[in-house]
Write a protein that binds this ligand. Structure first.
Ligand SMILES: [Zn+2]
Length: 139
C-alpha cells in the first residue's frame, strides 16, 4: 500500500505528476526523455519538441542547478505569499526548469537545490505547496 504524508498530498495538488519520490526516497522532479533522440526536458511532453517522436519516458532530474535568471513578483494569485521569486534553473543535464525560488540575497549563478515550499494558504488555511529551488547549504 502506498501511504503519503499530508505534505506530499498537498505538494502533488499543485505540482501534479512533475514531482515524485525518487529511487532514494527523496522528492525529485520528473522530466521527460526522448527514446528516439535522447532529448531531455521539463516539464515532460507527450511529443518530443526536437524530433516529434512519441517515444517519451519519465526521467528523474538532477536536484541541483544554477540560477539562470529570476525575478521578484509582487502581484500574484490571491492566496499566495507575496512577494515571491520565480525564475529559471539550469540543471547539469542541460534542462532549464521554471520554478519558484527562495533565499535571502539570491543571485544569478548561485547553486540551488530542489526542496518543497509553501506558496501560500488556501481559503481554508491549508498550505499550498509546490517545488522550489533554494541555495545549497554546505556543511
Ligand atoms: Zn526526440
Amino acid at each position: 500500500m502506498n501511504v503519503q504524508t499530508a505534505e506530499e498530498t498537498a505538494i502533488q495538488s499543485l505540482a501534479g505528476d512533475a514531482i515524485a519520490r525518487g529511487s532514494d526516497g527523496r522528492p525529485v522532479l520528473i522530466g521527460g526523455e526522448c527514446g528516439h533522440c535522447g532529448g531531455q526536458m521539463f516539464p515532460r511532453a507527450p511529443v518530443c519538441p526536437a524530433c516529434m517522436s512519441e517515444d517519451m519516458r519519465p526521467l528523474e532530474l538532477p536536484r541541483e542547478g544554477i540560477v539562470y535568471a529570476f525575478t521578484t513578483a509582487h502581484v500574484g494569485p490571491a492566496h499566495w505569499h507575496k512577494p515571491f521569486m520565480v525564475g529559471y534553473v539550469d540543471l547539469p543535464n542541460g534542462v532549464r526548469v521554471f520554478s519558484h525560488l527562495r533565499g535571502e540575497g539570491l543571485r544569478i549563478g548561485d547553486t540551488v537545490q530542489l526542496a518543497s515550499g509553501e506558496l501560500g494558504r488556501d481559503a481554508d488555511g491549508m498550505p499550498i505547496m509546490s517545488f522550489v529551488f533554494q541555495p545549497v547549504e554546505r556543511a
